[in-house]
Design a protein around this ligand. Structure first.
Ligand code: 2M8
Length: 446
């Protein structure tokens, strides 16, 4: 099936219905049952989707998330807005943290870690889609959000990069791509992970436990939460104590792209000279940091395990961090595109569509149905599509958009992720961010 004018109108209505059904009043559940609270990077993608329906509603999504920003500038990975009766594990009691959004306001319960900073990309898209008549109101709200996003980026560029390397250090697999094989060795070093008794809800809710991380993974995830909690979520203390400290090139590349997005909005936001200078410095340092992790012969960009002092050399979507960062260097772009087209990635003839997978089929750890260990994630392909468009690869980006929409249209109901060889929809159905990027892709078709 391919997306024609008729099917695209229908698809748009169906995608909009997913966001409306998951709308909880100013914020959107990441999915109806499996993820019933507000997730950070999900919210950013969701705001991009809302921007095609109602820019005011799109702004609320970011405003509600940023209301839970910590004094340090960190934006927590989950805001438990669904309330205490909504089943999700691990819930707020495991994290034991909250923020008070305004003097006298009720505290918001959150987690103590964060996710990739897609939010500035969302704010830029909201502004791009704002109808002329709504510009005064949207500009005022954008100006209120902008300094919060600068503080968020400042936290990542300082608290999460004490070395000044340009690369963000992540503290937990839940800071983006949970059971990616990129974390296997670091997790394996945690020999005794006794987090105490717990009952998972995810495997039952999904109905197919084999798609989800294993109990071995969960023991370590929860033990690490305990470690972070015991450190009082203090960055310096975490750096001293935690066995899990990773220079994550994917996370870092999103920060580079997000810094560029804030610079694009600087005039609209009335940003001061100091903030502009900081954003530019973080952007350039981020690009340099990624270049230092780039291996020209293979075209791979690799994460670095700070605690072990070793490179994490695996072929995954994160290998394309320079592309995600829109690196202008032509040599790096060529090497990355060669790798992307190779049989290790989109050139694998077994693939149903030539889309970027979470893990290369050429890796022994590849698992086509298991979460971040092989399946295709629409949001990752959306980030790649944005980069290819911005770098001027029009045919490539148009092809990616067409294939991604074909995948979403062919089977299922806005699946969280897809089996790469068969196109089978997997994970949660009616996942908000899948619907959101669908709306943005359809919008790009004009
Ligand atoms: C997944 O992560 C959550 C934990 O945060 C989970 O597995 O329960 C990941 O895909 C994460 O990146 C995403 O933000 C979240 C909600 O979609 O689900």
């Amino acid at each position: 099936m391919s997306v024609t004018d008729d099917t695209s109108a229908l698809l748009r209505d169906r995608a909009a219905a997913v966001l409306r059904d998951n709308d909880a009043g100013g914020w959107t559940k990441a999915s109806p049952h499996l993820y019933p609270h507000q997730w950070s990077w999900d919210s950013a993608f969701i705001a991009i989707g809302w921007a095609h329906l109602d820019v005011r509603r799109a702004l609320s999504e970011l405003e509600q998330l940023l209301a839970a920003q910590w004094p340090s500038g960190m934006v927590p990975h989950i805001v438990f807005r669904g309330g205490p009766g909504v089943p999700y594990f691990p819930g707020p009691e495991w994290w034991n943290c909250s923020v008070t959004p305004a003097p006298g306001a009720a505290p918001l319960r959150t987690t103590g870690i964060c996710q990739p900073p897609v939010h500035a990309l969302a704010l830029r898209r909201i502004w791009q889609l704002t109808p002329a008549g709504q510009q005064p109101e949207v500009r005022a709200r954008l100006r209120a959000l902008y300094p919060k996003l600068v503080n968020w980026h400042r936290y990542l560029a300082t608290g999460r990069d004490p070395e000044g390397s340009g690369l963000v250090t992540t503290y937990h697999p839940w800071e983006g791509t949970d059971n990616s094989p990129r974390w296997d060795r670091a997790l394996a070093r945690i020999e005794v992970a006794g987090p105490g008794p717990y009952t998972r809800l995810d495997a039952d809710q999904l109905g197919d436990p084999s798609q989800r991380p294993t109990d071995w993974d969960y023991d370590r995830y929860l033990w690490l939460v305990g470690e972070l909690r015991d450190c009082g979520y203090d960055d310096a203390e975490i750096y001293r104590r935690s066995p899990f400290l990773i220079k994550d090139v994917f996370f870092s590349s999103v920060l580079v792209a997000a810094n560029a997005a804030l610079l694009d909005l600087a005039d609209v936001a009335g940003a001061d000279a100091d903030d502009r200078a900081d954003l530019l410095r973080w952007l350039e340092r981020g690009r340099d940091g990624l270049t230092a992790r780039f291996d020209p012969p293979s075209g791979l960009c690799t994460d670095f395990d700070v605690r072990a002092g070793e490179e994490i050399r695996l072929r995954t979507f994160a290998s394309f961090a320079p592309l995600f960062a829109r690196t202008p260097d032509a040599g790096q772009q060529d090497a990355q595109l060669r790798l992307l087209d190779s049989a290790d990635f989109c050139g694998d003839p077994q693939l149903r569509w030539p889309l970027l997978l979470s893990t290369s089929p050429a890796e022994p750890v590849f698992e086509p149905r298991t979460y971040w260990r092989g399946p295709v994630w629409p949001i990752i392909n959306w980030l790649l599509w944005q980069s290819l468009s911005e770098l001027g690869y029009r045919d490539r980006s148009a092809g990616l958009c067409r294939d991604a929409l074909d995948q979403i249209t062919a089977k299922g109901d806005f699946a969280e992720y897809f089996e790469p060889m068969t196109g089978e929809p997997l994970g949660s159905p009616r996942q908000s961010w899948t619907a959101a990027v669908t709306l943005d892709w359809l919008g790009s078709l004009g």
